[in-house]
Design a protein around this ligand. Structure first.
Ligand code: SF4
Length: 402
C-alpha cells in the first residue's frame, strides 16, 4: 500500500506534530523533468525522499484513507502528492479530492504541485474547499530555471531550455497570483541547489512574497544516483540556514522541514546503535518482508524524545546467499532493531549474530517506533495499535530471502 503521513505545518509557522498529513498517491505522471529528480522515487518537491509509492485509483485511495483513519485517527490533513504531479493527472486528482470531500466534509485538503498545469483547476479547488496549495518555485529567472529543468510538456508540446523554464515560471506565478485572489492559502517550496540557484532563492522569496504567498519552505537539494545533478554537492547546514534567514526577511519561513541529510543525526560507530530500521512500502505502515524490502527507513530520536526519520538506506540486491545478509547487517550496523512484516530464518540468524534484533509485526510506524523509543513494551504497543505479529517468523513467500 502506498500512503505516507508527514508532520503538517500550518501557516502560523507552528508545527502541528500531533496532527498528521496523509498523502494519497493517485498521480503517476509528471509534466516536467527537474534535474534533481529520480523518477524511481516520489516527487521530491513534496519532501518524499526515497519513498516509492504505488499508484492508487481514486476509489482505492478513498478506501485506504478510511482504513488509515481507523488505525490512525489523528490524521487531520489529506494531501494529493506523487508519485508525479497532481495536475499532470487532473482527472485522478480531482476525482480523489471530490470523493474525500464527499465522505469527509470537514477534512482539510491540500495539494502540492510544480504549478505548470494548476491554473485551470483553481476554481474547482476552491469549490472543493482545498485549504492549501503548495507550488515548488525554484527560480524566477528563466536562465537559471533552464539549468534546473530538462524539459516541460505543456498542451501536448515539449519545451526545452530557456523557453521551457519561461513557460513554467509564467504559469507558476500566474497560479500563485490567482490563488491569493480567490483566498486559498499558498505555500511555496524552493529547492536550494548549490551553484545553481542558491543566492537566487532569495530573489524567489522576494517575488513570491510580493504576490502574496503565505509561507516559504527552502529545502536543501538532496543528491541521489541517476539524476542530472548527481555530481552536485548538497548544501551545507550553514548555507541552508543562511538562505532561510535571508528569505525570512520577505516571507515567513517554515519552522522545520522534513528529512535532509544535513539535519540527519550523525552516523556512529559499530557499537553505537541509536536507530531502528523499518521495512515499509510507503512510509506509514510496517508492511514489508525483509527479503522484499528494497530499502529501509531509518528512525532515530530527536532531542525532545520524538521519533524522527533520519535516512533511507538501500537494501542489498537479491541473490548472493548469506553474503546478502552480511551486507545488510553492515548497512544497518548502527540499528538495534529491524521491524518487518516477515523474515526467513537465514537472514534472521545473520542479523542476530551481528547484534541486530529482528521483530516481525505489522502496524503504524509512527506508533510502534515512537513507542519503542519512549520505552514502551512491544507487547503493549501491539495490543493498543491493533497490530499483529506474524504467527511464524516468515509471513512472506520466502522466495526473496535467498
Ligand atoms: Fe520529479 Fe520535478 Fe516532477 Fe516532482 S515535479 S515528480 S521532482 S520531475
Amino acid at each position: 500500500m502506498t500512503l505516507q503521513t508527514t508532520g503538517y505545518s500550518g501557516f502560523n509557522g507552528v508545527s502541528h506534530h500531533k496532527s498528521g498529513q496523509i498523502n494519497l498517491p493517485v498521480a503517476p505522471k509528471c509534466n516536467i523533468q527537474c534535474n534533481y529528480c529520480n523518477r524511481k522515487f516520489d516527487c521530491l518537491n513534496q519532501n518524499r525522499l526515497g519513498v516509492t509509492s504505488k499508484v492508487l485509483s481514486p476509489q482505492q485511495a478513498l478506501s485506504y484513507l478510511e482504513q488509515a483513519l481507523t488505525l490512525q485517527p489523528n490524521i487531520s490533513v489529506v494531501g494529493i502528492a506523487g508519485p508525479g504531479d497532481p495536475f499532470a493527472n487532473p482527472d485522478e486528482t480531482m476525482e480523489t479530492l471530490r470523493l474525500v470531500r464527499e465522505k469527509y466534509p470537514e477534512m482539510p485538503l491540500c495539494v502540492a504541485t510544480n504549478g505548470l498545469d494548476l491554473f485551470p483547476f483553481i476554481d474547482d479547488l476552491v469549490r472543493l474547499q482545498v485549504s492549501q496549495v503548495t507550488i515548488t518555485i525554484n527560480a524566477i529567472d528563466p536562465k537559471i530555471g533552464a539549468e534546473i529543468y530538462s524539459w516541460v510538456r505543456y498542451n501536448k508540446k515539449m519545451y526545452r531550455d530557456v523557453e521551457s523554464a519561461r513557460l513554467l515560471i509564467k504559469n507558476q506565478l500566474k497560479s500563485l497570483t490567482k490563488l491569493k485572489e480567490v483566498g486559498v492559502a499558498a505555500k511555496v517550496n524552493s529547492t536550494i541547489i548549490p551553484g545553481i540557484n542558491d543566492i537566487h532563492v532569495i530573489t524567489v522569496a522576494s517575488k513570491v512574497a510580493e504576490l502574496g504567498a503565505d509561507i516559504l519552505q527552502c529545502l536543501p537539494f538532496y543528491n541521489t544516483k541517476e539524476i542530472v545533478f548527481e555530481n552536485l554537492k548538497e548544501p551545507s547546514a550553514e548555507m541552508v540556514k543562511e538562505i532561510q534567514d535571508a528569505t525570512s526577511k520577505f516571507i515567513p519561513k517554515m519552522k522545520h522541514y522534513v528529512l535532509s541529510r544535513s539535519t540527519a543525526l550523525p552516523e556512529k560507530t559499530v557499537d553505537y546503535r541509536p536507530y531502528i530500521a523499518v521495512g515499509s512500502l510507503e512510509g506509514v505502515m510496517i508492511n514489508q518482508h525483509l527479503g522484499e524490502a528494497e530499502r529501509f527507513l531509518i528512525y532515530g530520536m530527536n532531542d525532545n524524545g520524538k521519533s524522527l526519520l533520519v535516512s533511507v538506506r538501500e537494501a542489498p540486491q537479491a541473490g548472493g546467499g548469506e553474503q546478502r545478509w552480511k551486507t545488510l547487517a553492515e548497512t544497518l550496523k548502527d540499528c538495534r532493531t529491524v521491524l518487518v512484516s516477515g523474515v526467513g530464518n537465514s537472514p534472521k540468524k545473520v542479523l542476530n549474530s551481528h547484534g541486530i534484533e529482528v521483530v516481525v509485526l505489522e502496524g503504524v510506524i509512527k506508533e510502534i517506533v515512537g513507542g519503542i523509543f519512549s520505552g514502551q513494551e512491544l507487547q503493549e504497543l501491539m495490543k493498543r495499535s491493533q497490530i499483529h505479529t506474524g504467527s511464524s517468523n516468515c509471513s512472506g513467500t520466502g522466495k526473496k530471502c535467498g
